[in-house]
Design a binder for this molecule. Structure first.
Ligand SMILES: [Zn+2]
Length: 345
């Protein structure tokens, strides 16, 4: 029998996550939310050494453990240098086009816990002043943060407590529209974290258990490639739940659950992928099977780290990923539904 995802619960938690900055390497606040939510559902949680969360659910038959993962870390930046004019030079955390963050509001998180706001701009940011403002190459050395403080020198900035190595997060601008779209930065992969919690919430509310033990990894270093490099050794198969790509010759839509057959790291497990396709058909879930040309997941990280597992990849379709992302809420709910069907079978 299909589960009925609690739509309000999933969207409320998703919005909270989207509103909580968590660039890779600075995920403690978002993981605190994960911890609170797990505790409110009565789900056992432990931490791996690098701070990722592992949630455990007992199954009816404890002979096997299935792993599910989603990552709470997102794209972001770090202060690379404090410039002599009081602006900040950045280095990217994760892979994205600089055009996608140009003109975005940001927050600088100092090591002492203070925050300051600013705006990410090109160093030739005005057509009134720079004849090459339009063509000026958007590369790291040509981008900077204008801090919203009265600073004119490097010393002024250092006095605020801002320094090299401070994290910079981008305004997510999270909105859930009346038409059901979730538009925000960092839907990758917070929509999937919310979908995993939708699954856990359904277990509690609809009072059911998965067939086998489950371990859910909420990973915190996916965007730099090693999120799920470590997984508990009793996991024998892992479904990475991460965004589906949209565009070019891909068939996925924002309302679909994407099932990835192959990405840059190679093909995913044949039987798991086939089972996910069959279950999506049986559940009447709109889905797409696609091949991603420029993509690696936490499942790829787990496999290349040498874990003895089979692995698959599914997730909600996300348009303009690693830029101004959008998905539809139905894709998130249906991701919970498909996962439920999988862990019940
Ligand atoms: Zn992702």
């Amino acid at each position: 029998m299909s589960i009925q995802p609690n739509e309000e619960y999933i969207l409320t938690f998703l919005k909270k996550l989207l509103d909580t900055p968590s660039p890779t390497g600075f995920t403690a606040h978002a993981l605190k939310l994960v911890e609170q939510e797990a505790s409110s559902l009565g789900v056992k949680l432990s931490w791996n050494q690098k701070g990722g969360a592992i949630l455990e659910v007992e199954g009816e038959d404890g002979s096997r453990t299935i792993g599910l993962s989603a990552h709470v870390d997102t794209l972001g930046a770090m202060v690379r240098a404090v410039k002599s004019d009081g602006r900040l030079r950045l280095t990217r955390v994760g892979g994205f086009m600089l055009q996608s963050i140009e003109n975005e509001y940001c927050v600088i998180h100092t090591r002492s816990g203070k925050t300051y706001t600013g705006t990410i701009l090109s160093t030739h940011p005005s057509v009134h002043v720079y004849s090459d403002a339009r063509e000026f190459k958007r590369e790291e050395e040509n981008m900077e943060v204008r801090i919203d403080e009265l600073v004119e020198s490097k010393e002024d900035v250092l006095k605020l407590g801002i320094g090299v190595g401070d994290f910079v997060s981008f305004d997510s601008r999270a909105v859930i529209t009346d038409s059901g779209f979730v538009k925000s930065r960092h839907i990758d992969d917070k929509a999937s974290v919310a979908a995993l919690f939708g699954l856990l919430e359904s277990m509690k509310r609809e009072n059911w258990k998965p067939k086998h033990h489950l371990k859910l990894l909420i990973s915190n270093y996916e965007e730099v490639g090693h999120g799920a490099a470590f997984i508990p050794s009793d996991i024998d198969e892992l479904i990475a739940v991460d965004m589906g790509c949209i565009g070019d010759d891909l068939s996925c839509k924002e309302t679909d659950v994407s099932i990835c057959a192959k990405d840059s790291s190679g093909p995913y497990d044949y039987d798991m992928t086939s089972k996910l396709i069959e279950l999506a058909k049986a559940e009447g879930i709109p889905f797409a099977v696609d091949v991603y040309p420029h993509y690696g997941s936490d499942a790829s990280a787990a496999l290349s780290a040498g874990n003895n597992i089979r692995a698959a990849l599914i997730g909600p379709g996300v348009h303009a990923s690693h830029a101004m992302e959008r998905t539809h809420k139905t894709a998130v709910f249906n991701t919970s539904k498909l996962l439920a069907a999988y862990v019940k079978a």
